[in-house]
Design a protein around this ligand. Sequence first.
Ligand code: SF4
Ligand code: SF4
Length: 395
Amino acid sequence: MTTLVDTELLSDIQRFGAADVSACFSCGTCTATCPLSDNDGTFPRRIIRYAQVGMRDELLSSKELWTCYHCGLCSDSCPTEADPGEFMAAARRYAIASYEPTGLSKILYTRPVIGSLVATAVAAFFAMFMYASHGPQDAASLALFTFVPEGLIHWTGVAVMVVMALSGVVGITGMARRVARSEGVSLQSVFGGRAALARSGAALWAALGVESIGQRRYREDCKDDQPAEPLYRRRWLIHALTIWGFLGLFSATILDWGLALTGVKETGTPIPLWYPSRLIGTVAGIAMVYGVSMFMANRLRQVNRAAQHSTASDWLLLVLLLITGATGFFIEVALYLPDAPAWGYWVFLFHVAVAMELMLLLPFTKFAHAMYRPVALFFYALAADKSKQADFQTD
Ligand code: SF4
Ligand code: SF4
């Protein structure tokens, strides 16, 4: 196989973060320190080496790039202060921008002013689009779906999800093909026969259930938190609450939609706090707002290595998540007030516009790691299974 050398690779990656690993002399201290480093003893310095010598394809085909949780232990131990943890984060941003073909991720990551203008324009577009078709404001009770018609929200949401899914599929397919080629994984080895399907099913569970939802390695391996750090400030918990909160809010929205489709209740019908879709939404909203607020506070206070370098795209994701969660609570309060407050209608319109933007930009912001990491973890689990089989046969 011919390896093409990209002489600009390191400087290109540096545009996505503050890392300068040109001083790295591959001493291996980071490998010895990293809790995720496994038997071959090359993680994370192999990725750094790829960047130093311009091996772009190898870097973008690397599943290991996505296993790092940016705990910063390697950066603390690096004798040349090359900050390998931040390098890995910058390389992931670079990979996200490389996997998607529109160039939007690159703008959001590397052009903060233009990126902020784009993000503002997208939110303004959705808000004006909703406003253009708005209905009357009932003063007696908060009739949100009369003000912004339910059909408009529904079909705009479907269009946003389709665009998001297509963008996501393009990115994931491109990434998965690269990693599969480099790992020697074929469609036949994933889907061909019962044994292959069983292995793939187990790898899928490990990637999605155990690692992405359950955060196993994040909890067990990344000991970046001081032992004295209380649970509510642990980075893995903050990360988990943000993910679980987002998924919970998404599930509550789908459940509400499903209840309307099956005729159980119409969208917008007053419901008590304990009603399943509202209860899930409320609990999930609290989790997400807490997680995002802690992430923001940590970044402002720069409490750990991961919080020391923030890109505009990092902040964009946090701001969109916070606005979506917080405005949801304002709407909930407005719904329980005796007279329908006019501000409730405007907060609702803003909430819908920002939620649409959040979903539309998912494959282009830092949120995209939620798509790529499970794919990498899937290949990681397949490779671990293969090596276990090989060990078993050797024994
Ligand atoms: S510890 Fe620093 S110098 Fe040593 S291999 Fe890692 S990044 Fe390079
Ligand atoms: S930041 Fe943590 S997980 Fe990532 S390479 Fe460094 S030590 Fe390993």
